[in-house]
Write a protein that binds this ligand. Structure first.
Ligand SMILES: [Ca+2]
Length: 119
């Protein structure tokens, strides 16, 4: 997904409308606004601030990654993800579903126990 550049901060704390219709500024006009992003992906938030004295504007950007759920977010953690041992369906929790997977394959033996011919 292409980066989406979001709000421009005006001297009195107003925001330009986000360019992406999936991005909503929930609390405009406050010092630390809440921004909701309705789709998954990586967004670049660009903030430009000016003061009333007319100094040159300052700006910065930050990357915001939005995931489908907390498990996906944990698995994409750039510092690494330590999956729980026994999480056979990769949903970040060891529960009965993992046990069912184990039970389904209980005593399955895939070792080469009979003569195999390879051509
Ligand atoms: Ca699991």
């Amino acid at each position: 997904m292409a980066p989406s550049y979001v709000p421009l901060v005006h001297p009195i704390g107003r925001f330009s409308p986000p360019a992406d219709p999936n991005v909503t500024i929930v609390t405009p006009g406050v010092e630390d606004p809440t921004v909701e992003i309705a789709v998954t992906g990586t967004f670049t938030l660009r903030v430009v601030a000016t003061d009333l004295a007319g100094n040159p504007p300052g700006e910065d950007t930050m990357e915001i990654s939005v995931f489908a759920d907390s498990c996906e977010a944990a698995q994409e953690n750039p510092n690494g993800y330590d999956a729980p041992q026994g999480d056979l369906n990769d949903d970040c929790v060891v529960d009965f579903l993992d046990y069912a997977i184990l039970a389904t394959e209980w005593l399955d033996d895939r070792a080469l126990i009979t003569q195999q011919t390879y051509e």
